[in-house]
Design a protein around this ligand. Structure first.
Ligand code: DGJ
Length: 686
């Protein structure tokens, strides 16, 4: 039984996988969190008397761990909901009034009878992944309007202090830089105020108590929001840590008219008693369950090769080379439309540029199809250049402050996708292109943050509108896959994963830098959605020249792409790329759909070891960026194998067979020499 309700509808448990989550309505009508940890077989042992006030300064209302605290009374802690009512009051007294269980979902209903404000707390059990998903629906059941000024998704409680918090920081070209910090008294805030989930922080949390890959307690979660978000971790003075995620208050206010409803984004969260590896395996599997199941094709993307200077001829030349190395999908990037000659014009004018493509896109598409590949197209539908027909015709469609000249970034402005007419325009444009041409893949870019929105609430309405727009397009074109790109990895989050099929991980395509961001990405997001390209040497950003094999291996860790200027590749490089692309295709089911593990490196040298495993095989990538402390091996102890099965693999210049038990307990030596050395070892189950 996944959802258990006891004590006459007052005690609730969600048993998901190996975990249980328990809360209850106490006799003071607080919805009180009781437990989140290893699975419990009986919940009737929980006592839920109301808490008493420890002192006249430390009230129970503040010290009780609540599921969804609302602003008001003696609450000094972070609250999930704040509302300004028409009568000038801002206090919410929402008490539990009922519940409903529908399959794997529990809904607990709260009501503030004085203001007719209903709050439904949703809990969905993802038993297969041991996760729970939470969100809230806020409804105005009164006859007066109400202004919601904060609507977070959920609050969680962890009964410890001194936890280690992990997230990522970064900027353009350096997304997903991992950081960790011990939570002390006070608060940690991660957020985006940019209208994108952003390059700067990720809408997710990992908190651990002395965990490593294979042991220790970890609490974690990911918010389904690709826009401005906030995540607060607060170590309280009363001996616990609370975690709260949701829409950022920075630009938020939502008017709820009589009968109006606001549904917060959901957060998917879990607990592991056995460390980070277990967290990753479960979160990646959940992430894959949101994605369309088909294998991700090896793509070629022309951006780094031709930039804005795309022409029918140069794309055809690249397509020939792409087919030769085994690409299955050719993506025409920026520059093909309107009067686009650089970043300064054309966005919004989604007609084919006849100077670059005299006979339209179809000759290129036919060529690509004839070479056995599918065709993909780049779009940036949420944006407009001031130098465009669209802006001339609809200057009022952008986010702006009344009476002010809006600021541009990359010479562009952001369309207000919260507007229905803008949504209709985007649906028409994308639907038109997908209906007129044989297009299988869309790279959906967004190259600047939102700013200057005027009345509050526009950030949330934009993202909500974006999701609705994508849903409408995808309903009409179910076979087309969509890549989420925002100047690289500015939109990597579970909300994007629910609406797109891939992430463009970063514009930083340096194969070594990528190992760091890929590893941080891997903690919570599926490798299958992680697009990675093999690009030219020296790399345009790092100016590093990394050998082709290392570049290919690094890009093979996710959904493989090629972004190099293949017309400049030697025959030898083309042949080596083709060989590795072919190997990738053979290993693709394991890499894209298998369990992923970051393996320990016991050597003092900088080896990085990553494993993918399914019922058929394991694939081990080893990287050694620098050859200092030369001639030192490391030892790779694999994970997730069947201890009783035999595995055949080629290492040390010979075929070998070992048991899963041996490979996991003893491991195999890995010995790489020189700078930028890498290897790929396949363990076939016998
Ligand atoms: C930013 C993306 O991250 C790049 O891959 C490329 O598509 C450019 N935008 C095109 O303008």
């Amino acid at each position: 039984m996944s959802i258990e309700v006891a004590r006459e509808g007052k005690l609730f448990a969600i048993h998901s996988g190996e975990t249980s989550y328990v809360f209850a309505a106490d006799d003071r009508n607080l919805l009180r969190h009781l437990y989140w940890g290893p699975r419990l077989s009986r919940i009737d042992e929980f006592d839920v008397p109301a808490k008493w006030d420890p002192s006249s300064n430390d009230m129970a209302m503040d010290t009780t761990w609540e599921e969804y605290p609302c602003q008001g009374q003696f609450r000094y802690k972070e609250c999930c909901l704040a509302v300004a009512f028409a009568d000038g009051s801002r206090e919410i007294r929402a008490i539990p009034v009922g519940h409903e269980v529908a399959g794997e979902e529990l809904i607990v209903r709260l009501l503030d009878p004085d203001h007719g404000l209903a709050v439904d707390l949703h809990y969905r059990c993802h038993d297969a992944h041991g996760l729970i998903e939470r969100w809230a629906t806020i409804r105005n059941e009164s006859t007066d309007p109400a202004l919601v000024t904060r609507a977070f998704s959920a609050q969680f409680h962890i009964p410890f202090e001194g936890l280690e918090f992990h997230n990522t920081h970064g900027q353009w070209g350096a997304e997903l830089q991992p950081f960790s910090q011990q939570v002390g008294y006070g608060k940690v805030l991660v957020e985006s105020r940019r209208g994108l989930s952003s390059h700067n922080h990720n809408p997710s949390f990992i908190l651990d108590r002395g965990a490593d890959e294979g042991s220790g307690e970890v609490w974690f979660g990911g918010l389904k929001l690709s826009g401005s978000f906030a995540g607060i971790v607060e170590q309280r003075t009363y001996g616990s840590t609370l975690v709260q995620f949701g829409i950022s208050d920075h630009d938020f206010a939502h008017e709820l008219g009589p009968g109006g409803e606001l549904v917060t984004p959901a957060i998917v969260a879990g607990y592991s008693a056995t460390g980070f590896a277990d967290m990753t395996v479960r979160m990646q599997a959940y992430g894959r369950s949101l994605m369309s199941p088909e294998p991700r094709l090896v793509l070629y993307n022309s951006w780094e090769a031709t930039g804005f200077d795309v022409t029918s001829d140069n794309q055809m030349a690249l397509a020939e080379r792409a087919a030769r190395v085994g690409a299955e999908l050719f993506v025409l990037d920026d520059g093909w439309f309107g009067r686009r000659s650089g970043a300064g014009d054309g966005l919004g004018d989604w007609w084919v540029n006849r100077e670059k493509f005299p006979d339209g896109l179809d000759p290129l598409i036919e060529k690509v199809r004839g070479l056995g590949m599918r065709f993909g197209l780049w779009l940036e539908p949420e944006m407009v250049n001031p130098a465009s027909d669209l802006f001339r015709d609809h200057p009022d469609w952008i986010h702006s402050e009344p009476g002010r000249e809006p600021d541009t970034a990359r010479d562009q402005l952001v369309l207000d996708v919260g507007r229905r007419d803008v949504q209709d325009f985007i649906v028409d444009v994308v639907d038109g292109l997908l209906s007129r041409h044989d297009i299988s893949y869309v790279k959906w870019d967004a190259n600047r943050p939102i700013s200057q929105v005027g009345a509050p609430g526009a950030h949330w309405r934009h993202i909500d509108g974006l999701y609705r727009t994508l849903d409408r397009i995808r309903q009409r074109h179910p076979g087309v896959l969509f890549e989420a790109c925002a100047s690289g990895g500015g939109r990597i989050d579970l909300g994007a994963l629910e609406h797109f099929d891939d992430f463009w991980t970063s514009d930083n395509t340096d194969a070594l830098d990528r190992l760091t961001s890929q590893e941080a990405y891997s903690r919570l997001y599926p490798m299958k959605a992680m697009r990675a390209w093999v690009t030219d040497a020296p790399n345009f950003l790092s100016q590093r020249s990394i050998p082709l094999r290392f570049r290919c291996h690094s890009a093979m860790m996710g959904s493989l792409g090629i972004g190099a200027n293949l017309t400049r590749f030697s025959d030898k490089d083309l042949a080596e790329t083709a060989e590795l692309v072919d190997e990738y295709k053979q290993l693709r089911p394991t890499i894209q759909d298998g369990d992923f593990h970051r393996l320990d490196n016991p050597s003092p040298t900088d080896y990085r070891l990553y494993e993918y495993v399914d019922g058929k095989r394991a694939v081990l990538f080893a990287f050694m960026p620098g050859g200092h402390m030369s001639r030192r091996p490391t030892n790779a102890r694999l994970r997730g194998l069947d201890p009783d099965a035999g595995y055949r693999f080629y290492a040390d210049w010979r075929w070998q067979e070992k048991s899963g038990e041996f490979l996991m307990r003893h491991g195999i030596p890995i010995w790489l020499f020189g700078d930028y050395a890498s290897s790929l070892t396949v363990f076939d189950r016998l």
